[in-house]
Write a protein that binds this ligand. Structure first.
Ligand SMILES: [Zn+2]
Ligand SMILES: [Zn+2]
Length: 514
């Protein structure tokens, strides 16, 4: 102790850290309480392929305060550091370094070599992390960290997934997901929330000609490229619609929207009916690049149709919208998918094949204008999600994905949250409470390379599916299993895993997990 004028916190902190280290205080503080009631702490591991920033300092200190507090209360608090070494941030760093731009580039380069590069890059900033952790005085065992790329860690994830599998909580679905065509992966709601930007783009009022009448349904869309996959038009069953004559054309749209869109214009009302009376009415398709087997191109009813914007008639493309997909399931509509996973139109779309769908928007508008099917084009400013990693506009896309059925145990999550003491307490029923009470099924599969491989094998011949929960189990199923191995791709995919039912070779679901 001395004069406050001589107080030099940085110098003092260094002296204290030196004292701790010289006298092995951290280890002693843990060992001394061995046998007491344990306080269990699982470190959510940071990624060491980037440098630590002040936000990391904050979270490390918060953890440290809690752990020291429980130690001082007499609990036994072993704490082990961890390093998160997997995932897209690592892949993206390596892609940049190697000048690879697409997934095809990665596959040409070789998955094995690519993953070796990922492995190398993960500890690039380990020293910076260790030094920061030491300097802020966060007591955690950094000599024996758990590392997510190690076989035994991957095996523990497999074990957890198998627990879910056996309870029926792991399933493969086809769901419309926000999808980055550049990264080639679906994004979680949390990731999507990070990338909204305000954009102004053309929205169009499109005319769909009724099949048996010289009149048009007027629909509105902000994504002209999805019109190629249109299979239905949705109206609200309990809202009134009008048939009007405007400049010699006969149009059908919601009464409430007529009042807004044709304000000050001259038009004649020819008829008025409720939305549900339109159900089943057929119209001529705008595009026929695909002629689906299932019945399409007719009016359906949906409660999600609002009178807030547009025309009260919503164009439905189940391949590209969550609500569209649900409505499509209800009416058994076809899913017309003309867009490839890289976000470009496929071969069937003769004029725009190979073109990124959003780049095709102006051309599609021009094409429809030439056919006299555009009623109006309006600039529309709205928040649109972009990929937080690479800034590509996201597409909503119906694709295969594996899910954890969080919605099945949501109730339990909410109940357990009630037993948690939160600081500050408004989080409990606020941000966190809201989050879990609306928790959706978690799409955990990623169509990528560097991560824990999804341990599900499928037999093409008999349809048998196996979720492997350990290396031992995988050994038993495999024809040959080497002494030395690395559970990442491509090793797991090269194994000859045989179906116990019919003895043919099984194939792994090709994903890694988030
Ligand atoms: Zn992306
Ligand atoms: Zn089989």
């Amino acid at each position: 102790m001395g004069n406050i004028a001589n107080y030099q916190p940085a110098k003092l902190e260094k002296e204290i850290i030196d004292f701790w280290e010289k006298n092995d205080i951290f280890r002693k503080s843990v060992e001394k309480r061995k046998g007491s009631k344990p306080f269990v702490f699982l470190e959510g591991p940071p990624t060491a392929n980037g440098t630590p920033h002040p936000g990391h300092v904050l979270t490390r200190i918060m953890k440290d305060v809690v752990l020291r507090y429980y130690t001082m209360k007499g609990f036994y608090v072993p704490r082990r550091a961890g390093w998160d070494t997997h995932g897209l941030p690592v892949e993206i760093e390596v892609e940049k370094k190697l000048g690879l731009k697409t997934k095809q580039d990665i596959e040409k380069y070789g998955i094995e070599k690519f993953n070796q590069e990922c492995r190398k890059s993960t500890f690039r900033y380990e020293n910076e992390w260790i030094e920061m952790t030491r300097r802020v005085g966060f007591w955690i065992d950094m000599d024996n960290p758990y590392i997510t790329l190690e076989n035994d860690y991957i095996e523990s994830v497999w074990w957890s997934l198998k627990q879910l599998w056996e309870k029926g909580y792991l399933y493969k679905g086809y769901k419309v997901v926000p999808y980055c065509p550049r990264c080639g992966t679906a994004l979680s709601a949390h990731e999507v929330a990070q990338g909204y930007k305000s954009v102004t783009e053309p929205s169009i009022f499109v005319k769909f000609k009724l099949k048996d009448e010289n009149a048009y349904f007027l629909a509105w869309t902000t994504t002209p490229w999805t019109l190629l996959s249109n299979v239905a038009l949705a109206v609200h069953p309990d809202e009134p619609y009008l048939k009007i004559k405007y400049r010699g054309e006969i149009l059908i749209l919601a009464e409430e929207r007529v009042a807004r869109l044709f304000k000050g214009e001259e038009y004649e009302i020819l008829d008025r009916f409720m939305g549900k009376e339109l159900e089943g009415k057929e119209y001529e398709p705008l595009f026929t690049y695909e002629r689906p087997e299932k019945k399409a191109w007719y009016v359906i009813c949906a409660d999600f149709v609002t009178m807030d914007e547009g025309t009260g008639i919503v164009h439905i493309a189940p391949a590209f919208g969550e609500e569209d997909y649900e409505a499509g399931r209800e009416y058994d509509l076809p899913v017309v998918q003309l867009v490839k996973k890289n976000g470009t139109f496929d071969e069937k779309v003769e004029p725009w094949k190979g073109m990124f769908v959003k780049d095709a928007d102006p051309l599609i508008i021009k094409h429809l204008e030439e056919r006299g099917l555009i009623f109006a084009v309006q600039d529309y400013t709205h928040d649109y999600p972009f990929c937080w990693r690479c800034d590509t506009p996201l597409l909503y896309y119906a694709m295969e994905s594996w899910f954890i059925a969080v919605s099945k145990f949501r109730k339990q999550l909410v109940e357990n949250n009630e037993t948690v003491e939160w600081y500050p307490d408004h989080i409990k029923h606020g941000r966190f409470g809201d989050f879990i009470s609306e928790a959706k099924d978690w799409a955990l599969s990623r169509n990528r390379y560097w991560g824990t491989p999804l341990p599900i094998w499928r037999c093409k011949k008999c349809g048998n599916e196996i979720c492997v929960g350990s290396v031992e189990e995988l050994k038993k199923l495999s024809k040959e299993f080497p002494e030395k191995y690395d559970l990442h791709k491509p090793f797991v995919d090269d194994l000859e895993v045989m179906c116990p039912n019919c003895n043919s070779r099984m194939e792994r679901e090709p994903y890694v997990i988030d």
